[in-house]
Design a protein around this ligand. Structure first.
Ligand SMILES: [Ca+2]
Length: 389
C-alpha cells in the first residue's frame, strides 16, 4: 500500500512537473473529484503530455466542445451537463427520458454542421419502448444564453428491433460536406441481426439531417430499414470519425479479443458474427477474418481486448506530430491509443497508460485534446504537451 502510494507520487512528479498543490494531490490519491477545481492526474511516464482533471460526471458517455470552448457532457443516467471553462457546470433541461442500464442511457451528442447559426444538436439514447428499448436519434435546439433548456426536440430516427440487450452504439459523425450523417448501431448483444439487412442494429446507418435515408445508400431502392444502411456486420461500435481526406474510420469492440479499427466503405459487410479475430467469451473459437475474404477485414485489431471507445482524427497545434492520427480511448485497456493513418493504411503507434477507463476523446476548438473518464466519478482530462510545439 505504502509502496504503491510512493510509486503513484513518483509517477505524478514525473508526469506533472510543478503541477498541483498538496490538497489536489491528496484528492488524486483518493480518486475523489473537486467539482470545478482541476487537479493533476497520472499518465504513463513516457507520455508526451501532462494531464489535468476537471469536473466530476456520473457515468458519462460523450464529450463535445462548442465553438466558444465550453463543452457538453452526456451522462448515461439521463443528464446533459454544460461545462464552462470557469469551472461551472449547468444542467441542461429538456432532455428526453432515457432507459438507463447495461450500456444504455443518454449516449452521444453532436453539433449540427450549421450549429454556429442554427444551435442544432443531435442526441442518441436508449429510448424506453413498450417492448424493451431502442436506439433513438433526436435533434433539438440549444439556447445561446439564458436558461439552459433544449427546445424543439424531435426524434428523427429509431433503430427498432426493440427489446433486451445493451450495446446500442449510437455514435454520430457528419459527412465532410455537412449534408448527411452517419450513425453507428450496436447489435444489442444478439449477434446474427448484424447480418440481417432488415434490422438496423449492428450497422453503420447513413441519413439526411432530417433522419431520412441518404439518397446514395446502397440499398435505398429496397426501402424499409435496408434503405438506411451503409454497412453491415458490426458488433459494438463506439467510435466514428472522418479524416481530412474524407475516409470514414470506425472502432468497435470485439468479443473476447478482436477489437477492430475499420475503414468504412459503402455497402461492405464487416463480418460479425460470422468472423472475428477474437473468440467467444466462453473461449470457443470464431473463424478469423482471413477465412472469409468476402467480408471486409479490419485495418487493425487488438488481442487481448482494449475496449476502444471514442475516436477523433487529430488536427490541432498542441501535438503537431499527431496531425492526421487517430486517437481513441480504451475502457478495459485504461489507455489513450494513437494510430498513425497514411491514406487508407493504419499502424499502431502509441499506447499511453492513463490509469483509468477512458470513455471518449474530443478535440477542443483551440486544438487541445481532452479525454473523458468512465464511471460514477469521471473527470474531463486535458492533455498539455510537455514540450511547447
Ligand atoms: Ca469485423
Amino acid at each position: 500500500m505504502r509502496l504503491s502510494l510512493i510509486a503513484g507520487c513518483a509517477l505524478l512528479a514525473a508526469c506533472s512537473p510543478g503541477g498541483g498543490n498538496t490538497k489536489q494531490q491528496a484528492d488524486m490519491t483518493t480518486g475523489a473529484a473537486v467539482q470545478g477545481k482541476p487537479f493533476s492526474f497520472p499518465a504513463s511516464a513516457t507520455a508526451p503530455f501532462t494531464v489535468t482533471r476537471y469536473g466530476s460526471f456520473d457515468n458519462p458517455f460523450s464529450l463535445t466542445f462548442l465553438p466558444d470552448g465550453s463543452a457538453l457532457v452526456t451522462e448515461k443516467p439521463g443528464a446533459l451537463k454544460w461545462w464552462h471553462p470557469d469551472g461551472s457546470v449547468a444542467d441542461v433541461a429538456g432532455v428526453p427520458k432515457v432507459a438507463y442500464g447495461g450500456q444504455g442511457g443518454l449516449l452521444d451528442i453532436a453539433l449540427a454542421p450549421d450549429f454556429a447559426t442554427s444551435r442544432t444538436v443531435y442526441l442518441t439514447y436508449a429510448e424506453p419502448r413498450p417492448n424493451g428499448r431502442s436506439l433513438a436519434l433526436a435533434k433539438a435546439t440549444l439556447p445561446q444564453g439564458g436558461k439552459p433548456v433544449l427546445s424543439d426536440l424531435n426524434v428523427i430516427w429509431r433503430a427498432g428491433s426493440d427489446g433486451d440487450g445493451g450495446q446500442f452504439g449510437g455514435v454520430i459523425a457528419f459527412a465532410p460536406d455537412g449534408r448527411t450523417l452517419f450513425l453507428s448501431t450496436g447489435e444489442r448483444m444478439r449477434k446474427t441481426p448484424a447480418q440481417d439487412p432488415d434490422q438496423a442494429i449492428g450497422k453503420i446507418i447513413h441519413l439526411t439531417l432530417d433522419g431520412k435515408p441518404a439518397p446514395d445508400n446502397p440499398m435505398v431502392a429496397q426501402g424499409g430499414m435496408r434503405a438506411d444502411i451503409w454497412t453491415l456486420g458490426h458488433r459494438n461500435p463506439y467510435g466514428l470519425a472522418f479524416d481530412k481526406a474524407g475516409n470514414l474510420w470506425e472502432i468497435e469492440m470485439g468479443p473476447k479479443g478482436g477489437d477492430e479499427l475499420n475503414l468504412i466503405l459503402k455497402g461492405k459487410n464487416y463480418g460479425w458474427p460470422v468472423v472475428s479475430n477474437g473468440d467467444n467469451y466462453d473461449g470457443s473459437p470464431i473463424p478469423d477474418h482471413d477465412t472469409h475474404p468476402q467480408f471486409e477485414a479490419p485495418k487493425l485489431w487488438w488481442n487481448p481486448s482494449i475496449s476502444p471507445a471514442g475516436l477523433v482524427i487529430y488536427s490541432g497545434r498542441d501535438f503537431p506530430q499527431w496531425d492526421g492520427s487517430a486517437l481513441m480511448g480504451a475502457l478495459s485497456g485504461q489507455a489513450l491509443v494513437r494510430v498513425a493513418l497514411n491514406g487508407t493504411q493504419a499502424a499502431k503507434a502509441d499506447r499511453w497508460d492513463m490509469g483509468a477507463r477512458i470513455r471518449d476523446v474530443a478535440q477542443a476548438p483551440d486544438g487541445s485534446i481532452w479525454l473523458l473518464q468512465d464511471g460514477d466519478d469521471a473527470g474531463m482530462l486535458k492533455l498539455t504537451p510537455k514540450q511547447k510545439p
